[in-house]
Design a protein around this ligand. Structure first.
Ligand code: TMP
Length: 213
């Protein structure tokens, strides 16, 4: 029987329509089946203030949003989320699962918007120090397929209105990060059937837990 360590931080990432919500349900069920107490949260957002910043970020507007302003808003929300929700829960021994975290910033603001990676890294250091997720599940699928799924869902937000090329860059950014940090970032082939995706997620979680438990 694997020992369950306290206070682990898992994140789920991917482009629009990759199936993050379903994946999160799989992780939640997996945790419950092992009596792991886990808090689920999301970025941008997770606290009242950070959720307000999320609304600002996602709202469609006629004013052009400066990419640096967007980056700073993302990190402002993250500082609040990390310091008032994520860290205290981890310190109390709970597990935390976040729908997106800083890998999204490298992918969207870095690769997508073309912002300087060094500047993102500086802000990451300021806000997080050396704090990183213990495990990241990256749901990867062809951009076109994801957008098709996402468009069936709801009114597009400010990001979903971007052109396909933007999401191609985001996808490449994510994949490059996964290639550079294979121990932490595990790629899930999200183009497969729901059963196959679920199996991949559970296999990754089991293998990872066996390695840390
Ligand atoms: P969601 O709808 O998947 O929850 O995410 C909201 C949007 O925010 C999504 O299009 C990606 C974007 N985003 C960034 O651009 N940078 C970030 O750091 C995060 C966390 C999200």
């Amino acid at each position: 029987m694997t020992n369950i360590p306290a206070g682990r931080f898992i994140t789920v990432e991917g482009t629009e329509g990759a199936g993050k919500s379903t994946c999160i349900q799989h992780v939640e069920r997996w945790a419950t089946s092992r009596s792991i107490s886990m808090l689920c949260t999301r970025e941008p957002g997770g606290t009242p203030l950070a959720e307000q910043i999320r609304d600002i970020l996602l709202e469609t507007r006629t004013e052009n949003v400066d990419s640096l302003a967007e980056l700073l808003l993302v990190f402002a929300a993250r500082a609040q989320h990390l310091n008032t929700l994520i860290r205290p829960n981890l310190e109390a021994g709970k597990w935390v699962l976040s729908d997106r975290f800083t890998d999204a910033t490298y992918a969207y603001q870095g690769s997508g918007r073309g912002l300087n990676i060094q500047q993102i890294s500086q802000l990451e250091g300021l806000v997080q120090g050396s704090f990183q997720p213990d495990l990241t599940l990256l749901l990867d699928l062809p951009v076109e397929l994801g957008l098709e799924r996402a468009r069936q869902r709801s009114q597009p937000d400010r990001f979903e209105l971007e052109q396909e090329m933007f999401f191609e860059k985001v996808r490449s950014g994510y994949r490059e990060r996964a290639a550079a940090q294979p121990d932490r970032i595990k790629i899930v082939d999200a183009s497969k059937s729901p059963e196959q995706v679920s199996q991949q997620v559970l296999d990754i979680l089991d293998q990872w837990l066996a390695g840390i438990g």
